[in-house]
Write a protein that binds this ligand. Structure first.
Ligand SMILES: [Zn+2]
Length: 391
């Protein structure tokens, strides 16, 4: 009897260690809030577009460069892939391929880490074409800053973290107990329950970007970003928090400053948005881009009902950067402040001078549709559009 009990216990323990913790994470409408709270999915979502692989694409083909590096480099990285496969009970899985052409994920070893801090051992990068994943690349440094090889353990640890990114875990966890915590020295080098919960949530969501488009019926059973974070307002708030953190990390990067400006604008913090847009303008060279940014600033002034500032901004932009977009900024302001006839007269003039100005035509058509009761205004729009053969 005793022997039976011991055997039973061993079998039972064996069962526990074989059933992957990933499979024990259940997500349903009733526990969603709790599951989200035990993850860092909100941080992942706040990074912007949600990217993940189509579940039917697993096992993903993985290429690991093997020439030019010790053999244990390759096996350390392989081990990391297999670890992810094991802890997820095969929910994510990989097959190793010998040529990068046939691979979904690629790992390279390089000496060229010129854009990275000298302590960076590896990094991951998605490449996109439209909304599709076009490539997924992890690059590892061959030697450290002193020219020494890395230990197998370090490569394994770093690979584990970078594979997390390549599965779609964007951004980082704020808890040092998680694999996806950013600081290498203090980081836990194992996949935590929170890492797994976050991954599970990610693969329960409709992605913005993926490798193979999901069918409508697939999407119908999945969670949306707004559902996961608890509403549209929360989504925008989170995006602002993340954009603020990112722009503090890379203050000289115009795209991260732009995301912050956009987040402020979406959260109706128009004054802060204007300030950030101005910062971006000072960082970019293209006048087309500057006009677009000034157009956003003009819109923010309109939202603040500061029509004088909006008009000044519109006039300044057109004077300094004359273009099809900048010329319609003034009539946009005029219309929004209620000077509707002036706006239409101005737009008709623009269209008469350049019947290919799609911004002006679009705005005229918009006004036409909005002005149900203003026959006079509608007639003058109609007249111009007909004269220019647009209707
Ligand atoms: Zn990272």
């Amino acid at each position: 009897m005793k022997k039976f009990f011991v055997t039973f216990l061993i079998v039972f323990i064996g069962l526990i260690s074989y059933s992957a913790p990933y499979d024990s994470i259940y997500i349903n409408p009733y526990n969603l809030r709790e599951v989200v709270a035990n993850s860092y999915i909100r941080g992942v979502i706040a990074q912007g577009d949600v990217t993940r692989w189509n579940k039917s694409s697993f096992p993903l083909g993985v290429y690991i460069q093997s020439n030019g590096v010790p053999e244990y480099y390759v096996s350390a990285v392989k081990k990391a892939y297999l670890k992810w496969q094991t802890v997820t009970g095969g929910a994510v899985s990989f097959k190793f391929v010998s040529s990068p052409q046939n691979a979904d994920m690629k790992c390279f070893f390089t000496y060229d880490f010129s854009n990275m801090s000298e302590d960076t051992v590896g990094y991951h990068q998605f490449k996109y074409m439209d909304d599709k994943i076009a490539d997924s690349i992890i690059k590892f440094r061959v030697t450290d800053k002193n020219g020494n090889s890395f230990s197998s353990q370090i490569l394994y640890n770093v690979a584990l973290h970078e594979i997390g990114h390549s599965l779609g875990l964007a951004g980082h966890s704020s808890k040092s107990g998680d694999l996806m915590y950013p600081v290498a020295q203090k980081r836990n080098y194992d996949i935590s329950k929170r890492d797994l919960t976050t991954l599970k949530l990610l693969y329960s969501m409709v992605p913005d970007c993926t490798d193979r488009p999901l069918s409508t019926s697939d999407k119908a059973n999945l969670l949306t970003k707004a559902q996961v974070v608890g509403g549209e307002a929360r989504l925008k708030q989170d995006a602002q928090t993340a954009a603020k953190i990112n722009s503090n990390i890379t203050p000289q990067d115009p795209s991260s400053r732009y995301r912050l400006a956009k987040a402020y604008q979406e959260n109706k913090n128009y004054t802060k948005a204007i300030q950030e847009y101005k910062n971006v303008i000072s960082m970019v060279d293209s006048s087309d881009l500057k006009v677009k940014l000034y157009a956003e600033i003009t819109n923010c002034y309109i939202k603040l009902k500061n029509y004088t500032a909006a008009q000044n901004c519109a006039n300044y932009t057109y004077k300094k950067y004359p273009s099809r977009l900048s010329v319609v900024l003034l009539p946009t302001v005029l219309y929004d402040k209620g000077a509707k006839t002036d706006a239409v007269v101005c737009l008709c003039k623009i269209v008469s001078a350049d019947r290919n100005n799609e911004y002006a035509i679009m705005l005229l058509k918009q006004i036409y549709n909005q002005e149900k009761n203003n026959t006079k205004l509608k007639l003058s729009i109609l007249k111009t559009l007909k004269e220019e053969n647009i209707l």
